[in-house]
Design a protein around this ligand. Structure first.
Ligand code: 5GP
Length: 243
């Protein structure tokens, strides 16, 4: 069935609106022009931000699908809207870090951008009220959020996805510093990559200049968010072709 219009609004988050579609297994995702940080405590509207983030995410999901990864991405409708597989999302953020940054630097007092070999993998419990605390597989099991097998599968997938994306960014003159993934179960109970893949949920630096091309410039008020996102989109398009 070709999906041509969104159905009933199911949910609205900080940066996205989720609609049902005529197909019970598919959802319509619309990206808003909002940018948020500090778990929503800081938020602003930026013209064109939804389109930039969504087009980057679309390119990356298409790339991963082509590479044989299982993701929720089905089809792009326009610059801000995609159709995706409906998943039951786990309230877990899976972070992989190629280099130290952000909370890792604060937590361990190491140098910013220090390489991490092998890359570090961490789980966080998604809860604005608790400020997304770090969580481990034993806690995920006891809280019935994920089975040990699912935690293992999320870690393995996150590592493999990061390897593929790190290579893609390197070919495009960019360094992937760290990235956050979210997974959900499909109707068969398989864990599938969902959510989005944009500079909202990863740190990317320009290989040549060291300039930050992601949401960090908004978090720290020290750069032009639109310029960074546009640079990422232009370079990925040059590498992968138009989407
Ligand atoms: P950190 O733990 O250093 O704050 O973040 C590590 C990576 O995960 C960064 O790329 C960051 O953008 C992403 N990340 C961590 N928490 C969140 C979150 O709640 N929302 C989003 N969009 N990304 C997050």
């Amino acid at each position: 069935m070709k999906i041509t219009k969104p159905g009933q609004k199911m949910a609205e988050g900080k940066t996205k609106v989720v609609y049902a579609t005529e197909d019970p297994n598919l959802l319509w995702l619309h990206s808003k022009d909002q940018v948020t940080a500090l778990n929503g405590k800081k938020h602003d509207d930026f013209a064109n931000k939804g389109a930039l983030a969504n087009q980057i995410s679309t390119l990356l999901f298409q790339y991963l699908n082509d590479q044989g990864f299982q993701t929720h991405f089905v089809e792009q409708i326009n610059a801000t809207d995609d159709v995706v597989q409906k998943l039951t999302m786990l309230p877990v953020e899976v972070v992989v870090r190629n280099r130290a940054a952000g909370h890792f630097v604060i937590r361990f007092g190491v140098e910013n951008l220090q390489p991490l070999n092998p890359p570090v993998q961490e789980f966080y419990y998604k809860s604005d009220q608790q400020d997304d605390p770090m969580i481990n597989p034993s806690q995920l099991e006891a809280l019935q959020i994920a089975t040990p097998e699912e935690s293992q599968a999320m870690e393995a997938q996150a590592r493999a996805l990061t390897k593929a994306l790190t290579n893609l960014f390197a070919q495009s003159g960019m360094q992937l510093v760290d990235i956050k993934y979210e997974f959900g179960r499909n109707q068969q109970g398989e864990l599938i990559l969902g959510d989005e893949l944009s500079p909202d949920n990863m740190r990317i630096i320009d290989q040549a200049t060291g300039q930050s091309l992601d949401k960090d410039v908004y978090r720290h008020d020290n750069g032009d968010l639109q310029h960074g996102y546009q640079t990422v989109l232009d370079r990925l398009r040059a590498q992968l072709g138009e989407a």
